[in-house]
Design a binder for this molecule. Structure first.
Ligand code: GLC
Ligand code: CA
Length: 578
């Protein structure tokens, strides 16, 4: 093991045997975080400039969105070199410096690895295109067309087109679970597994502290490629044949054995469509696969199942059901990562809170929620400021992310649907909402850039920015810092049991977090209006002399401790019980 790695290891402060559970992870979407050289694109030196801001948040780990060389059609999720930094983001020296700066502050650095597919510009794919007998051909998945010459089966990609693209010169189709320019790697090929393991090893040897593994549960496909019955489903209709596929556990165990087990790191698997048993298989420690699965359900609570671009209203009971499943019913030793938004979803305050009249209050309530749930919390940059969706997007040209653009094209150009309706859907949900530049100040470039930003800055930077919140003890930012501190000081908030209270209440979300030493009660009003709450009798006694660790309105404490109170919109209370 390298010297650097030893130094990194001894500087870690959360060196318990369950450190993956105790981390609080901050997602940095590098492109939109901070631009150090005025080209309008966030970069590694930009992250370095903000290192003290990140350390002051109190987070224990940072996950960097992909920074590898890439044509950026999917902003780094289309890799052309797993061992080199994209020049837009900086150099390897910048990276090494950043890694050291994080370690000096006891912050872990988690890299993103994209193992399911490469870019079609990756040298392996370019070789593969040269002919059926090229040694790289089998790095990807090729099949002849069906009898009528069309694609080998009826699956759709996550962008809604066929999962197969025809290559004229060699007369075969290749599989792409995502966009046509993201060909799927063939994980059945041991050489592919060796390449990806080698790349992961390269970053770990440098002393990085783990990976967010992109789309970790789709690597193994049913290689018979049967037709899907889910023909109503617009995106990803072949999913039943590759989610948690036949060899997935073997592949992950191989990664664990050959790579992860040699370093003091943790791994977070991104995955769509997992059930309790799947997460147990992936994360029970004795199975030696991943440390946690990132739980996607809360951020998809409004998505229609056959078309993720169509929304359904959500009710608090849906959220309670999701949490009961993942925080109470999941095996005690299995583990999830918890998030309400990331770079693939809209901003949490805009879909779970109220980003107009009650923006600040609802952003605070949601930060209390995220920081008091079981699981390893992941927060997205800007969430700590209560950053909102980009309501100023008004035309399709405002959108840069490929899934939204592909949907628009599919529905309008190919299926002849009403452009206005489709535009409305796309404006509501696109992934650029969470990718607008960080709002550091109220200046023209929001303190993000002195140049022309790659994506438009939200004009609400004048009310929502870090500089102003820094000086306001009651800001969302300062509450987030307190909540992070509280979670770190009281392991019960991470590891304790989760027990819902008032489960049938339509607007109040209350739960107990307990271990042998401590009991905590969290009471949240998820509604835009004032709401009456009556606490159960057994809790009233325990509340009489309880400490209110965090509360939105002290004048309600007396009523609450008597068991009944009228709580303001988005009120929040966190009690340490006797
Ligand atoms: C994951 C990433 C997303 C990306 C996709 C394809 O879902 O989070 O941003 O587009 O995988 O790699
Ligand atoms: Ca830059």
């Amino acid at each position: 093991m390298s010297k650097q790695l030893d130094a990194a290891r001894s500087s870690k402060q959360l060196q318990t045997d369950m450190h993956w559970k105790e981390n609080i992870v901050y997602e940095i979407y590098v492109r939109s975080f901070n631009d150090s050289n005025g080209d309008g694109i966030g970069d590694l030196r930009g992250v370095l400039e903000k290192i003290d801001y990140i350390a002051d948040l109190g987070v224990t780990a940072v996950w960097l969105s992909p920074i590898f060389d890439s044509p950026n059609r999917d902003y780094g999720y289309d890799v052309i070199d797993y061992r080199n930094i994209h020049p837009e983001y900086g150099t390897m020296e910048d990276f090494d410096e950043l890694l050291q700066a994080f370690h000096e502050r006891d912050i872990r650095l988690i890299m993103e690895i994209v193992p399911n597919h490469t870019s079609s510009d990756h040298p392996w794919f370019r070789e593969a295109l040269k002919g059926k007998d090229n040694p790289y051909r089998d790095y990807y998945i090729w099949r002849p067309g069906s009898e009528d010459g069309g694609p080998p089966n009826n699956w759709t990609s996550f962008l809604g087109d066929s999962s197969w693209k025809y290559h004229e010169e060699t007369g075969e189709y290749y599989l792409h679970t995502y966009a046509w320019h993201q060909p799927d790697l063939n994980w059945e090929n041991p050489k592919v597994r060796e390449e990806i393991c080698g790349a992961m090893d390269f970053w770990l040897e440098k002393g990085t502290d783990g990976f967010r593994i992109d789309t970790a549960n789709v690597l193994s496909k049913d290689m018979r490629f049967p037709d899907t019955d889910e023909t109503e489903r617009i995106q990803g209709s072949g999913e039943p044949f590759y989610k948690n596929g036949p060899h997935i556990h073997g592949y992950l165990r191989e990664m664990r054995e050959k790579v992860f087990s040699r370093y003091p790191i943790f791994t977070m698997g991104e995955s769509s469509q997992v059930e309790l048993e799947d997460v147990e298989k992936y994360t029970l420690p004795e199975r030696r696969e991943l440390d946690l699965i990132l739980m996607i359900e809360a951020s998809k609570i409004c998505d229609e199942s056959n078309d993720m671009w169509q929304s359904k209203p959500w009710e608090l009971r849906h959220m309670k059901d999701i949490m009961r499943k993942w925080l109470k019913d999941l095996h005690d030793e299995a583990w999830i990562g918890m998030y309400l938004s990331n770079h693939d979803h809209v901003r949490m305050v805009s879909y779970l809170g109220d980003d107009e009249e009650h923006r600040e209050q609802s952003a605070k309530m949601l930060s209390v929620f995220l920081m008091t749930l079981r699981g390893t919390p992941n927060l997205l940059q800007g969430e700590e400021l209560g950053m909102t969706n980009a309501h100023f997007f008004s035309t399709i040209d405002d959108i840069k992310e490929q899934q939204a653009l592909a949907y628009y094209k599919l529905m309008v150009d190919e299926r002849g649907e009403d452009p206005e309706t489709i535009l409305r859907r796309v404006l509501k949900k696109n992934r650029d909402h969470s990718r607008t530049p960080m709002q550091w100040t109220d200046e023209g470039g929001a303190g993000f850039t002195t140049g022309k930003p790659w994506q438009r800055i939200n004009p609400n930077k004048s009310e929502i920015n870090a500089a102003q919140q820094e000086n306001d003890p009651d800001s969302v930012l300062n509450l987030y810092r307190r909540m992070i501190r509280l979670r770190r000081d009281h392991p019960v908030l991470t590891l304790g049991t989760y027990e819902p209270v008032l489960d049938d209440h339509e607007h109040i979300y209350a739960y107990l977090r307990e271990n042998d030493e401590e009991s905590w009660l969290v009471v949240l009003n998820f509604s835009r209006t004032a709401t009456q709450v009556e606490l159960p009798f057994d809790l009233r006694d325990r509340l009489t002399e309880a400490d209110c660790a965090v509360c939105s309105d002290e004048s309600k404490l007396q009523d609450l401790s008597r068991g009944s109170a009228d709580l303001d919109a988005y009120a929040y209370f966190v009690f340490k019980l006797n």
